[in-house]
Ligand binder design. Structure first.
Ligand SMILES: *Cc1c(COP(=O)(O)O)cnc(C)c1O
Length: 401
């Protein structure tokens, strides 16, 4: 048989890549380390895209999947229910104050469901958001991603035209509050919802913004009967230093999406939560994925939330934040901006980075990074040690030079 990389190059698509783009073969993942087929060991600076917060091959998460597998791997959720899904829904409701939970099979799908909820509830179809956002790759979600870096031009004609306010600034800016208000008031009668990522804009540019804007959107939407959708898929479960991004602003949205770290990086699962009043206003929600509420995914999500409850994640994230601040500070000399919030560290260069070159520099120091655009960034597992963080920040700073 041909070797895996050759076959990969011949048959496999990878995310946002042309066919045949270079990849590395992983044979094992343990704790915060990835082992490559050639024996190299890399510290994972990416948590497999925000997901693996507890690290890989975790005995408790493994056990949860094993135990659930003995009872059932999957049954349809139409007309049937089971303990792992019900327990998960109850605890997500308790964590968020939103009582009704729709289990979806990926973050993008949970955003589609959130949009459907808002449209069915209000009878309106337009959404408002801000530039610089990322909400997923399916069509409904894509339409509220940043119009430029979300590649809207590739799918022009298939995307509904939504309302975009400008990029939310990091600092408090009265003029931007007015811009949000003006944009909102101009369109309020046609808006089903405002959708934003709370406080941190992830894949749209790794930007942080002042929580006052979120609070202002909450006030405006509440006053004018428009729903507020918080996409917490990246920010949820402690990543920003609070349990949810909305907690920085002290607000509760009407609809919330969670995903990514929900299963600790084990299986694909997301959820769309809404207030009871929204659920009651909708009646029959027209969505139902085949693998909805998958018991294996729900069981490992429950175990991951158990671990999160047990671990001192606030202290861990604060420790990571301090180490990222210290370790990345020297990189300002070679960058447009260096920013840190919670367990997220970003170096923004003036120019687009040479991705293979940055990855090679990092891999030579034993670190896995996946830069994009002008950004070299990390969101390590919460279990990362101080020494590993030093390696990650050294690799990022070295790569930025
Ligand atoms: C990753 C992400 C999504 C999409 O989730 P998938 O599971 O990749 O479909 C949506 N919104 C935000 C904020 C994300 O970070």
């Amino acid at each position: 048989m041909d070797d895996i990389l050759t076959l990969d190059g011949r048959h496999v698509w990878h995310p946002y890549a042309a066919v045949g783009a270079p990849v590395h073969q992983v044979v094992r993942a343990e704790g915060v380390r990835l082992t490559l087929a050639d024996g190299r060991e890399l510290i994972d600076g990416m948590s497999s895209w925000w997901a693996a917060i507890h690290g890989y091959n975790h005995p408790r998460l493994n056990q949860a999947v094993h135990d659930q597998l003995r009872d059932m791997a999957h049954v349809m959720f139409g007309g049937l229910t089971h303990e792992p899904a019900v327990r998960l829904a109850r605890r997500l409701a308790a964590m968020t104050g939103l009582d009704r939970v729709f289990l979806a099979d990926s973050g993008s799908v949970s955003v589609e469901v959130a949009i459907k909820m808002a449209m069915q509830y209000t009878g309106r179809s337009r959404l408002m958001t801000v530039r610089g956002g990322y909400h997923g790759d399916t069509f409904g979600a894509m339409a509220v991603c940043d119009p430029v870096n979300g590649m809207h031009h590739l799918f022009n004609g298939a995307l509904p035209g939504h309302v975009f306010a400008g990029l939310p600034p990091r600092d408090l800016d009265e003029a931007y509050l007015r811009e949000l208000e003006d944009t909102f008031l101009r369109h309020r009668d046609e808006l089903a919802a405002v959708i934003v990522e709370p406080v941190v804009q992830g894949a749209g540019g790794m930007r942080f913004y002042h929580p006052a804007y979120l609070r202002w959107l909450r006030e405006l939407t509440e006053e004018h009967g428009v729903l507020l959708i918080a996409d917490e898929i990246a920010t949820g479960f402690g990543r920003t230093g609070e349990l949810f991004g909305c907690d920085h602003a002290g607000i509760r949205p009407d609809i919330m999406c969670v995903g990514k770290a929900l299963t600790g990086g084990y299986l694909t699962l997301a959820a769309t939560l809404c207030a009871d009043r929204v659920a009651e206003g909708i009646g029959v929600l027209m969505h139902g994925p085949t693998y909805m509420g998958n018991p294996l995914a729900a069981a490992v999500a429950n175990a991951s939330l158990d671990l999160l409850e047990e671990r001192p994640w606030r202290e861990e994230v604060a420790r990571i934040e301090a180490a990222l601040r210290e370790g990345l500070a020297p990189a300002v000399r070679h960058a447009k901006d260096v920013r840190v919030l919670g367990a997220i560290g970003v170096i923004e260069k003036h120019e687009p980075v040479d991705v293979p070159r940055v990855q090679k520099t990092a891999m030579d120091l034993g670190v896995w990074l996946r830069p994009f655009g002008r950004l070299i960034y990390t969101m390590p597992p919460y279990a990362v040690t101080g020494a590993e963080l030093e390696r990650i920040t050294e690799a990022m700073a070295r790569a930025a030079e």
